[in-house]
Design a protein around this ligand. Structure first.
Ligand code: MRU
Length: 351
């Protein structure tokens, strides 16, 4: 089974090598990010996207951007690291994985005694560790999620929370990949996901690459599909999970959760513990990214609405915890009532 690799080191180790997701499904082009500008641009334009993947790309991008500071004094090097972490960590506001990864990198730099080249060596190792940890977390999410899938499963998902959005087999799609690996019959319904079509362009593409059956539907069709009895369960990813279990994810997730509740269909969120933010008490405290109105006004250079009409274009919405049947994490399945807390040493516990 082919599972695509969204983010990795370039062969020379001096760049972050990503799939340029803007061009999918028509062209598979890899792009090398060699400067802070490249990294910030790739995250802002969604060349690399998905909460875990932008955290990984940010951490690796910091390392390549710092290469030019290798001869600086220690003081200048730490100042450059802090400034870059701040800059990269703020490119997109909703997914917590990005500031989480940048804070982790910044801590390593501050806590490491020695020369810039010694610190840089440890930063590279830490960024690689973030990538490998994510790969392992995806697999564990898949293993835990597998027990929620019936022997023959029809899974509805929204946006792309698959391999393209992570360092491994994805979050929402991880149980699907593992089921397929075991030879189980699994069918995915992928919401198209307006306005940038992550569902039809990306989820459908990566699943077809892996030989998994997928049917694309426009977002507004999900409720009637559910009413017809075609959906066993819904699994979506998350950009940030508040301490009370409210979940920010791609715009449209909330409507899907309401439709699932109405039709008595289980609604699961799959995410690594790095997506849980115990410092954010509830969903209404999560900053929601609003994107350029041109994403709505035009498609492929063609205007699709009258120029004088206004645009509402939030990239994410918040699904309240009471609509979520369970959260599938790398540490197990967490059921309501949700109460995530920060662990004393580090990380998050499902309190
Ligand atoms: O704007 P995007 O494409 O980065 O939004 C991505 C999502 O909303 C995903 O569902 C989420 O990041 C989970 S990815 C494992």
């Amino acid at each position: 089974m082919t599972v695509v690799e969204a983010v990795r080191w370039s062969v020379d180790g001096e760049a972050v090598d990503i799939i340029d997701q803007r061009l999918l499904p028509n062209e598979l082009v890899r792009r090398e990010l060699r400067t802070a500008d490249d990294v910030c641009d790739a995250i802002a334009t969604l060349s690399v996207r998905g909460a875990p993947a932008i955290g990984i790309a940010g951490a690796m991008g910091l390392v390549v951007a710092l290469a030019r500071h290798g001869q600086d004094s220690r003081e200048h090097f730490i100042a450059a690291t802090e400034a870059l972490c701040e800059r990269i960590g703020n490119v997109r506001p909703t997914a917590v994985n990005l500031p989480w990864a940048m804070e982790r990198m910044c801590r390593i730099a501050r806590d490491t005694p020695g020369s810039p080249s010694e610190i840089l060596r440890l930063l590279r190792a830490e960024a690689t560790e973030i990538l490998y940890e994510d790969r392992a977390m995806c697999r564990r999410i898949g293993e835990h999620g597998l027990e929620l899938l019936p022997e023959t499963a029809s899974v509805l998902t929204h946006c792309n929370a698959g391999a393209l959005a992570t360092g491994g087999v994805g979050t929402a799609l991880a149980p699907v990949y593992l089921a397929a690996e075991q030879g189980r019959r699994v069918h995915v319904f992928a919401d198209e996901t307006r306005p940038l079509l992550q569902g039809s362009r990306l989820t459908a593409w990566e699943l077809t690459q892996a030989g998994i059956d997928v049917t694309v539907l426009a977002d507004g069709m999900a409720a009637s599909l559910m009413r017809g009895g075609a959906v066993d369960l819904v699994i979506v990813g998350a950009d940030r999970i508040a301490a009370n279990g409210d979940v920010a994810n791609k715009i449209g997730t909330y409507a899907l959760a309401i439709a699932a509740r109405h039709h008595d269909i289980p609604f699961y969120v799959a995410a690594p513990m790095s997506t849980v933010d115990p410092r954010t008490a509830k969903g209404c405290d999560i900053a929601i990214e609003h994107r350029d109105s041109d994403e709505m006004r035009e498609w492929n250079g063609t205007r699709v609405m009258p120029p004088s009409a206004s645009v509402y274009n939030p990239s994410f919405d918040v699904t309240p915890a009471e609509l979520i049947t369970a959260i599938i994490t790398d540490e197990g399945i967490v059921r309501p009532p949700y109460a995530f807390v920060a662990r004393r040493n580090s990380g998050v516990a499902a309190g």
